[in-house]
Structure formats: C-alpha cells, structure tokens
Design a protein around this ligand. Structure first.
Ligand SMILES: [Zn+2]
Length: 108
C-alpha cells in the first residue's frame, strides 16, 4: 500500500490541481465559472478557449485559400458570365433564324 501512495505523490507539484501556481485560462465557461485549464503563453487562453482563427487577411492569403478550394473552375464568375453571354448570343441567333424562316415561308 505504501508503494501506491508513493506513486500518487509523484509529480504532485506539476499537476494542474487547485493549487497549481501556473496561469489559468479564466475564460467564462458555459457553466459560468472561469476555465481552470492551463493557459497558453501567447494568448493567455487554453486550447478550448483560444478562439477560432479569423482567417486570412492579406490578398496573398485569400488567393491561396481560393486556389486551394477551387476544384475545376467550371462555376467561377468568369465561366458563368461566359456561359450567360453565349446563351444570350445563341437566343439572338435563333430568333433571327426564325425570322428568316418565316420570311422565306411567306414568300413561297
Ligand atoms: Zn479555457
């Protein structure tokens, strides 16, 4: 039994118990109490409360994200605009052809 007690005393000073001297996260938890997890040095919050990334801000970063998420480019703004333009031109051509056919039918 004494062996188990000795093992339980190992690392007692470095455990994150109530008397741990390190810096705590102290973010407000869903329970309403301050978070007791150890805080990171760079932001003072734990891994749960560090907050999500706000994303890329620079144009280079935004372009990198856009390139990474682009799969085939069939539905980019440029392609969709080109498709709309081609459809509009096609409708105009079909309309003119129908007019020509009607005039030819009327003449004969
Ligand atoms: Zn926390």
């Amino acid at each position: 039994m004494t062996v188990a007690k000795d093992i339980s005393e190992l690392g007692h000073l470095t455990r994150l118990g109530p008397n741990w001297p390190g810096k705590r996260c102290l973010a407000k938890t869903r329970k309403g109490t301050p978070c007791q997890r150890p805080a990171f040095k760079h932001n003072g919050r734990c891994s749960l409360h560090g907050g999500l990334s706000t994303g890329a801000k620079t144009t280079d970063g935004l372009k990198r994200i856009s390139d990474a998420s682009l799969k085939h480019g069939m539905y980019t703004k440029d392609k969709l605009e080109a498709q709309r333009h081609a459809a509009q031109v096609g409708r105009k051509v079909i309309g003119k052809l129908k007019k020509i056919v009607k005039t030819l039918e009327n003449k004969s």
